[in-house]
Design a protein around this ligand. Sequence first.
Ligand SMILES: NC(=O)c1ccc[n+]([C@@H]2O[C@H](COP(=O)([O-])OP(=O)(O)OC[C@H]3O[C@@H](n4cnc5c(N)ncnc54)[C@H](OP(=O)(O)O)[C@@H]3O)[C@@H](O)[C@H]2O)c1
Length: 247
Amino acid sequence: MSEQARFVIIGGTSGVGLATAAAACGRGSRVVIAGRDPQKLATALDQLQAHAVEADAVSGEAVDAGDPVALAGFMARVGPFDHLILAASGGKGAGPFAEIAEADLRKGFDAKFWVHWHAARAALPYLAERGSITFVTAASARMAAPGTSGLAAINAAIAGMVPVLARELAPRRVNTISPGVIDTAWWDQQAPAMKEAIFAGASAGAPVGRVGQAGEVAEAILALALNGFITGALLDIDGGLRLGAPA
Ligand SMILES: NC(=O)c1ccc[n+]([C@@H]2O[C@H](COP(=O)([O-])OP(=O)(O)OC[C@H]3O[C@@H](n4cnc5c(N)ncnc54)[C@H](OP(=O)(O)O)[C@@H]3O)[C@@H](O)[C@H]2O)c1
């Protein structure tokens, strides 16, 4: 696939998705980003203009990817493209198994599993035959960390589809990337002291001794999307956090 590839990035207005959009723009690709908040979208588009080779190489729309009708309209306006990146964040779903409210876990599935599922389906009529889909899942599905069974279930449900879709949608390629703790705006929902404690714990638990940066995840996403020989793969990008404590 050429470096002039056309990307659609759902969740491209912040964090990992925005960093992926910037990296793709920097390679001369054409990029369309989507997120729900129009203000975040406008700010992200301003930032991306600095990376774009041509002024019209980057565009975006405020879309709720949990709304299949809105998604269908968005994809129709975008038209044919090469690579779909699914970086929309979830929300609820964390907490001890014995205590988590079923309603919260269902909201967690709505906000991530169903958003990714609807966006991938809506893209199919427009996705190039030699194109790709990259799902962003999470290390929670790989770590056996107490208090994350709900997040593990949501992300494992997405990751579980990937090898099947790699067969079913071929020759399109389908992959997933599994980030550990990454320093993005997503963590700003936490109280500052809690965020600091989580980052300190994740740094101590990872062989690399730190949390990750969105740009590091973005480079790995582009590798999955652009390498025509990778499909059905899950790539861990977590600084080794999933490996647990040394024996
Ligand atoms: N940060 C981490 O430590 C970490 C760790 C593991 C996995 N991940 C995964 O990595 C992905 C990116 O997370 P992030 O940290 O980059 O989060 P982020 O900075 O909060 O960015 C999330 C993006 O998704 C968009 N979004 C959320 N719901 C959407 C919807 N229904 N429709 C359209 N856009 C939607 C947000 O914009 P709007 O809010 O305006 O819609 C924003 O652009 C997520 O799937 C997350 O679960 C993150």
